[in-house]
Design a protein around this ligand. Structure first.
Ligand SMILES: N[C@@H](CCC(=O)N[C@@H](CS)C(=O)NCC(=O)O)C(=O)O
Length: 205
């Protein structure tokens, strides 16, 4: 299989975390691509022109990180990252959706800020920043649900907060006191989680 990815993409990181956790490194060739500079090449692989995109052995292509992650997890029953049945399965998928929603809002801000200042929408940026705080609050009060074995929920949250930490750290800390985390328990969870080998080897750069 071939994974088209970039080192700054939080969605790609989520997929790469799944690959590490499932021990699939040797079966997946990582191919770096810049989705903005190599748009034509990427569109020939994924009609949406986005990364991550996973090309399978039969040349079928999977895109959208949840689809790719769910597929990779289905390849073996070893270390399942999505519980196979029961409410736990839906809890994990809901965490993934929550984390991806946070990533979407953060990514939107980053992309918006790259536009000329006069064309940026201040109201959209503040709406996304508000969404991020709502999601962080939700994660903080539900953190106990992440007790236990690592699942796709943990990987999605690690990738989402990792992206905030990388691009918008000011949204994780009090603006008047950068040492104080706005969501202390969540940030303390992240500080530990980010030291695990799969997080270290997929660090955004
Ligand atoms: N929902 C998609 C989002 C993928 C996405 O937006 N990827 C970004 C890179 S982080 C991208 O390829 N952007 C290029 C573009 O939007 O033109 C997923 O989960 O995979």
């Amino acid at each position: 299989m071939k994974l088209y990815y970039s080192n700054t993409s939080p969605y790609s990181r989520k997929v790469r975390l799944v690959i590490k956790m499932k021990g699939l490194d040797k079966q997946v060739e990582d191919i770096l691509i810049n989705p903005f500079e190599d748009k034509a090449k990427l569109k020939a692989i994924n009609p949406l022109g986005k990364i991550p995109a996973l090309v399978l052995e039969n040349n079928e292509v999977l895109f959208d990180s949840p689809v790719i992650c769910h597929y990779l997890d289905s390849l073996s029953e070893d270390k399942p990252l999505i519980p196979r049945k029961g409410w736990q399965k839906w809890l994990v998928l809901r965490w993934e959706a929550l984390a991806d929603g946070l990533t979407d809002a953060a990514y939107n801000i980053v992309v918006e800020r790259r536009r000329p200042a006069s064309e940026q929408s201040i109201s959209s940026i503040s709406q996304w920043a508000e969404e991020i705080q709502q999601v962080l609050h939700e994660m903080e009060i539900r953190l106990e649900e992440l007790d236990g074995e690592t699942t796709l929920a943990h990987l999605a949250v690690g990738a989402a907060i990792g992206y905030l930490d990388f691009r918008l750290p000011e949204l994780l800390y009090e603006s008047n006191c950068p040492q104080v985390a706005i969501r202390p328990q969540l940030i303390s969870w992240y500080e530990t989680f980010k030291t695990h080998p799969p997080m270290l080897t997929t660090r955004l750069s």
